[in-house]
Design a protein around this ligand. Structure first.
Ligand SMILES: [Zn+2]
Length: 159
């Protein structure tokens, strides 16, 4: 993106912010993980404990949703005990507005490990930024857990 493009984007940020805020209020059906499926049929099933995540991607998506709805208990529960923090400060969680899955490696029902690379987008009235992370997951006794992730500095490789 040229600096001009960035300036134009920043100019429209307050408008975008309002549009998204309105979408959040009116569109309660769509799952926050951007799967295009209703929340009740998607991540809510995992956050409520009705179903375990069947794949690493499903767990990653449900954790993104848990960040959006600030379900700290689920974030801790889905975090492997070897790397889990004692607590997560809800005030430190940004307002996530977008999720794009870049790459998935293994992480299917028959695997015990999986990698999910994703870009999550957050913006406020003043700023827009992206988290580009390669996350590692492990499956133990039918349960997927988040282990840790590497942050990528360049959110758009090849650009
Ligand atoms: Zn979902």
């Amino acid at each position: 993106m040229t600096s001009d493009g960035a300036e134009i984007l920043l100019l429209f940020l307050p408008l975008l912010y309002q549009l998204f805020a309105m979408t959040d209020m009116t569109d309660t059906n769509n799952c926050p993980c951007h799967s295009g499926r209703p929340y009740a049929e998607c991540c809510e099933q995992l956050l409520s404990g009705a179903h375990p995540a069947s794949t690493a991607e499903a767990l990653m998506r449900s954790r993104y949703t848990a960040y959006v709805v600030r379900d700290i208990a689920y974030l801790l529960r889905s975090w492997h005990s070897s790397t889990r923090p004692d607590t997560i400060d809800p005030a430190a969680i940004p307002e996530w507005r977008g999720l794009h899955i870049v790459r998935i490696e293994k992480g299917m029902e028959s695997d015990c490990r999986g990698v999910v690379e994703f870009i999550a987008t957050s913006f406020s009235r003043e700023n827009v930024w992206r988290l580009h992370e390669v996350s590692r997951f492990v499956q133990e006794e039918g349960q997927w857990f988040y282990i840790d992730g590497d942050i990528r500095d360049d959110p758009f490789p090849g650009e």
